[in-house]
Design a protein around this ligand. Sequence first.
Ligand code: ATP
Length: 368
Amino acid sequence: MNSINLAVELVNVSKLYPGTPSRKTLAVDSLNLEIKTGEFFSLLGPSGCGKTTTLRMIAGFEIPSSGEIYIHKQAMNHHPPFHRPVNTVFQNYALFPHLTVSQNIAFGLEMENIPRPDIRQRVSEVLELVQLVDLQNRYPRQLSGGQQQRVALARALVKQPKVLLFDEPLGALDLKLRKEMQLELKQMQKRLGITFIYVTHDQEEALTMSDRIGVMNQGQLLQVGTPVEIYEYPKTRFVADFIGESNIFTGRVTQSQKRKINLLVDEQLSVSMVSQTEVFSGQLLTIVIRPEKASLVFRENKSHNHWQGIIEEAIYLGTDTRYRVKLTPNTSMIIRQQNLQRDQTQQYAIGETVNIFVSPENISFLPE
Ligand code: ATP
């Protein structure tokens, strides 16, 4: 990666909070991360994995226990938050209830003693950008959650930061509004070209919005990649399980020829797949099959990756139906079938025998 284009760089950054005595309780553990200028980068992981702590260290609200943070190539460890070219948008908005929308947005600039005409100009530009011109004289209590969120965003944008940090900013909104705001934020980020670093535990949100995602667990960064790389080629069991749903099986390689391999799962299920790297006969492999990549087919077929199973569970989910199918006494597989026709929404009943097919190209394995 060309270091000239880096917006934020974390080099071996760790954080041990006082009162957490052992290495096992490191909130952030030896993080190395490069975020490019103009990128929409998400930190994704379950509650307590250390994503907020990482964001707070970039913002300057927490000091790393070890390691260095650079923003636009400048070492930041000893810079207080207000001397860093970043701004943070929090989930709880933190708006002043006694100030109007315009006054809330202008507040930060007034603290910096910027001349009044300049403040007016910048506030009106930002009001336009977040589409709040008509609501500029209202107080926060007179706004919806989505509108309050926009004020919080405007207040951060008006300071013209090079990097904007977001800590679960849409967490308090209902699902429909959250989806609308996700698209709005992404469009705005592309238009402005500001680097966004976005913390979320919502995998769908991260996949929708990000140029790249960093997946964290227990203080460690497990994988960094584009949404497609993270979803289609997970590198660890945790990433495969946390992002979307996965069927994860372990099998022994029975044949390996020119990247085409066969393996035996549960001593009964023969699986063919195409490998990106060389593997050897006898090797144990952990494979991942996404539920939507498997299909229920009408006819029995004896060729590669056609298996028979019994429906154990069927859940109607609107756009698709999620089936659990028993393949061997110890192995079941989750399969998602799109409901393309109204009269086919629940074709298969519990106890029914079904035929399944998964294309060898749609199976990946974990390099762990
Ligand atoms: P969430 O999504 O729940 O906010 P997170 O992934 O953002 O979680 P952090 O808030 O970074 O996680 O917390 C990481 C770990 O550090 C947790 O085990 C948490 O309990 C601990 N922690 C966070 N802040 C402090 C603090 N001020 N003092 C001591 N421990 C802390």
